[in-house]
Design a binder for this molecule. Structure first.
Ligand SMILES: C[S@@+](CC[C@H](N)C(=O)[O-])C[C@H]1O[C@@H](n2cnc3c(N)ncnc32)[C@H](O)[C@@H]1O
Length: 285
């Protein structure tokens, strides 16, 4: 029977992850250890000489082996955090990324500055944008649209557990016929698939476990920007706002699409890493 202490198990785990090329091996080891042993960093510091339960240790290293093989940490945990909220995630749904905060912050700024009352979050996935926006803007009613049968249950579950004022709708945002939405929306936000089709397969082991439907933006990556702008400008009221998350090199292309559809007040915002991340515009009044 194993006589390893918590500290010894944690160190062995960290070494395994480091050897597998995991960059943030200490953070990930801490998260996996906490998941299995229910003990965080503080507990490890205070009680690191406790003898580790062998069954839990075996379970921990099963997870670690899967992580070392490239399976996403977030799917192993079944949850991830985005702007102070916890979201259920798993195979079939994109893991929320910190860069997406830029979209929420700009949508929140617009909602508050212009007293916006209705919004649609297209390509909602886990619902991280819809839920965070609704929580930050109590006067805003939000509809969250998602096509994937695998992602939709996560969206419903995350809305329910958050208690946010968001209505989930299973829909194709490029053909949104017969939807029960307000006549004219104040705001449309979207983080659509935007990776060029030929690049999707080259994104690395961990991303390869995420759904292709969440990533593939067509031959030039702009398919959804064209489709959404053309379809959803009809759902926006005059003076309403469209806010897109974009890839770091797509600002010019997306601005051009918005301008061609008559949007004004075009702006581009950068994420925390200094990359172009959001393009937004206003439907002419
Ligand atoms: C880049 S992910 C964004 C997910 C989430 N909004 C976020 O920021 O993490 C794009 C999402 O669009 C969904 N999707 C792809 N094609 C769609 C379509 N035609 N209609 C609605 N949703 C679609 C995918 O299933 C995926 O959840």
């Amino acid at each position: 029977m194993s006589r390893e202490t918590w500290n010894q198990v944690y160190l062995r785990l960290k070494v395994l992850l480091r050897r597998a090329g995991i960059e943030n091996e200490a953070g990930e080891a801490g998260a996996l250890f906490e998941e299995v042993f229910g003990a965080g960093r503080r507990d490890l510091l205070l009680h690191g000489d406790r003898i580790a339960d062998p069954a839990s240790t075996a379970r921990l290293f099963e997870l670690a082996d899967r992580r070392a093989a490239g399976y996403p940490l977030q799917y192993l945990l079944g949850k991830w955090w985005f702007m102070e909220e916890q979201f259920a995630v798993g195979e079939g749904v994109l893991v929320p990324r910190p860069d997406t905060e830029t979209v929420v912050l700009e949508a929140e700024r617009l909602a508050k500055a212009y007293g916006l009352e209705t919004a649609a979050d297209l390509c909602s996935g886990s619902g991280c944008i819809a839920v965070s926006l609704a929580k930050r803007c109590p006067g805003l009613r939000v509809w969250a649209l998602e096509l994937s049968a695998d992602a939709f249950p996560y969206l419903e579950r995350n809305i329910l557990s958050s208690g946010a004022a968001v209505t989930p709708l299973r829909a194709d945002v490029l053909q949104p016929d017969g939807l029960r939405l307000p006549d004219a929306l104040d705001l449309v936000v979207a983080n659509p698939p935007y990776i060029r089709s030929e690049v999707v397969g080259t994104l690395g082991k961990t991303v390869s476990h995420e759904p292709r439907i969440a990533l593939d933006g067509g031959p030039d990556g702009l398919l959804f920007y064209r489709g959404i702008t053309s379809v959803w400008k009809e759902y926006l009221r005059p003076g309403g706002w469209l806010v897109f998350e974009i890839g770091f090199d797509q600002a010019a292309g997306v601005r051009e699409i918005l301008a061609a559809h008559g949007f004004a007040a075009l702006r581009c915002l950068r994420d925390y890493g200094g990359n172009d991340r959001v393009v937004c515009g206003r439907k002419r009044g």
